[in-house]
Write a protein that binds this ligand. Structure first.
Ligand SMILES: Cc1cc2nc3c(=O)[nH]c(=O)nc-3n(C[C@H](O)[C@H](O)[C@H](O)COP(=O)(O)O)c2cc1C
Length: 302
């Protein structure tokens, strides 16, 4: 019996940030076996060796104890779902995965950051775990972003920006406010240009998207709403022009709604916006886009 509180010890272990791996082998009867593990560590360059540890309570214990080879797959930031899958019970973890075969017929998963196929070299008792040491017989590696695990949660790696600090008194391009405004104007410009190419103004876009929310607003209410949403009002004229173009109508007094043509226009505009959004994301990968949205959502202006 440990003298420590199990929860506290688990939390203390969890404060060590790790990557996430899936370890696989071919079990008895050539059945594919695999599980999510973050106990992985590199051990030796010469000979090339790695280790990981498996709970004695794991269903796969006997398969790994008696295996000739195993493979360690280091997961990329996009593979969180795969990690969850290989930690879940009662499902076929390999279902619909295009596995390749390594030494001894072990299953190799595609699309990982790095992959080490190992010969099982040693196994050691490690309390309620067994420590497996493997000698690498082949490996591959590609430049991706890693999936990270810390404090019982998945995360992603954010490299430190080593930018020069701005001179006091100068307008520093390193300021948060500068960067946010600059990004706003650059991304907005991209959208405005897309709209202009199709003969739309940003104002018309704003009016139609507000009117498209469907509550039936008066002209002055659309103007007020545009203040709240864009930080600048649309003109009453812009609203009236859309009425004249047959995109808005007033079935009840002071209750503007989209006409069927107006609804089509909103669909066209939202397709344009989606296309611009893809352009604005540039070469950010999906995990960076997710991170950026999360951080922008947390920005608070006082
Ligand atoms: C991020 C993460 C890391 C894990 N690391 C390990 C580990 O290093 N060793 C281990 O035995 N279980 C680890 N687990 C738990 C196993 O993946 C889980 O218990 C799995 O169901 C065991 O599979 P099995 O019982 O089929 O062998 C981890 C789970 C997660 C989500």
């Amino acid at each position: 019996m440990s003298a420590f509180d199990g929860r506290a010890l688990r939390d203390a272990f969890g404060s060590f940030a790790t990557g996430v791996t899936i370890v696989t082998t071919a079990g008895p009867g050539a059945v594919d076996v695999g599980l999510t593990a973050n106990s992985f560590s590199s051990v030796s360059l010469d000979p090339p060796m790695v280790l990981w540890s498996l709970a004695r309570s794991a269903a796969s214990l006997e398969a790994f104890r008696s295996c000739g080879h195993f493979a360690v797959h280091i997961l990329s930031a996009e593979q969180e779902a795969l990690s969850t899958r290989f930690a879940s019970k009662g499902i076929d973890r390999f279902e619909a995965l295009a596995v390749e075969r390594g030494p001894g017929g072990i299953p190799l998963l595609p699309g990982c950051m790095a992959r080490f196929a190992c010969r099982l070299a040693y196994q050691y008792e490690g309390g309620d775990h067994v420590i497996f040491v493997g000698e690498i017989v082949e490996f591959s590696h590609s430049a991706r972003k890693p999936l990270v695990f810390h404090g019982g949660r998945y995360g992603m790696l954010l490299p430190r920006q080593a930018g020069p600090a701005g001179e006091p008194g100068n307008l520093s391009t390193d300021d948060l406010l500068y960067q946010v405004s600059n990004a706003y104007f650059r991304t907005r410009q991209a959208v405005v240009e897309q709209l202009a190419r199709k003969g739309w103004t940003a104002e018309a876009y704003a009016v139609l998207s507000i009117a498209g929310q469907g509550e039936g607003l008066a002209v002055h209410e659309i103007v007020a709403r545009s203040w709240q949403l864009r930080g600048q009002p649309v003109s009453e004229d812009a609203v009236r022009q859309l009425i004249a173009r047959g995109l808005l109508h007033e079935p009840e007094p002071a209750r503007l709604r989209l006409t069927p043509e107006g609804r089509l226009a909103v669909m066209e505009l939202s397709a344009l916006r989606k296309a611009s959004e893809a352009g604005v994301q540039g070469d950010l990968d999906p995990s960076e886009v997710q991170l950026l949205k999360h951080l922008l959502g947390r920005l608070e202006l006082r």
